[in-house]
Design a binder for this molecule. Sequence first.
Ligand code: PMP
Length: 361
Amino acid sequence: MTKPVPQPGIMQIKPYVGGASGIDGMSNVIKLSSNENPFGPSPLAVEAFQKAGHALHRYPNTDHASLRAAIGKLHGLDPERIICGVGSDEVITFLCQCYSGPETEVIYTEHGFSMYKISALAAGATPVMVPERERMVDVDEILKAVTPRTSLVFVTNPGNPTGTMVSRADLSRLARELPDGVLMVIDGAYAEYVEGFDGGASLVEKFPNVVMTRTFSKMYGLGGLRIGWGYASAEVIGVLNRVRGPFNLSMPQLDAAEAALGDHEHVERCLRENTRLRAWLAEALAALGVPSDTSCANFILARFADADEANACDDFLQSEGIIVRRVAGYALPNCLRITVGDEASCRRVAHMIGRFKGVTP
Ligand code: PMP
């Protein structure tokens, strides 16, 4: 009997491992491993989600017009050039499905988000990893790696798990210097945490080869609901919509996301608290001999002497019920990524790292 054979790229995929799946239901655990918003979603989003539950027998709208209009209004973008997906993960998948495949190369950076590689391989493309410089995306290295087969370039800004940012000038230069026909994707999953950063929207307006992806999973606290979106030229959005399933988002998802956009007070509070606690945590850890780069997101990349120390610290924290993220899979074996939690969680994780280091904070 002949066995069915998947396309070759599929067998090269290492399935995505999330931050501490499997702890659901465990009590007294402090989860700081998935960059979730410790303050949760807006109560308005929860209310809208529950209300939508009364019409579960109805198919959702297929065009997401209302959510796209709300996103467009908030960010000053053309709703016709927005696409919504099941998390920004799905938008990344659409991009790879539509713009890469056998005979093409997809560039991502050394510490970049793992879904770029997975989606490229799933589309049959060759993922090409480009080195970063001191945990910073290096535009020159990206340009050096471009070949006539390059079809897509992914840049996360701010980076995950690094938390560092590429300047607008560098992003602009990359968009300008990439050859025609190469799409540059700015993944702005953490853009809301950077005051004054538009996630790359103005570059999308300026360069037809730039795409921006965004999510409701981080600042909007809706990771569990799975809603993301992308912004690009009308032409690119038209292409992506060809592969989007007609009912990819449910009504509760759509309604909750739209309500979340309207709660500016919640977003402002979460931003303020993140900025304050991120600075506090970074300083507290630095005082314990655990430095980090200045983070522009809702996590800190804590650096240890080596991989053994990072892993031992992770083991110790786990034994104390604190879950953080090992990032050896992102070529950062001597680091742990720690989500900025609420005040009590930040204090607790700093206290426990102090205990691990034998330092009393
Ligand atoms: N991009 C980056 C850089 C991320 O960190 C994540 C989530 N971990 C995503 C995209 C995907 O987010 P979601 O699918 O939840 O929108």
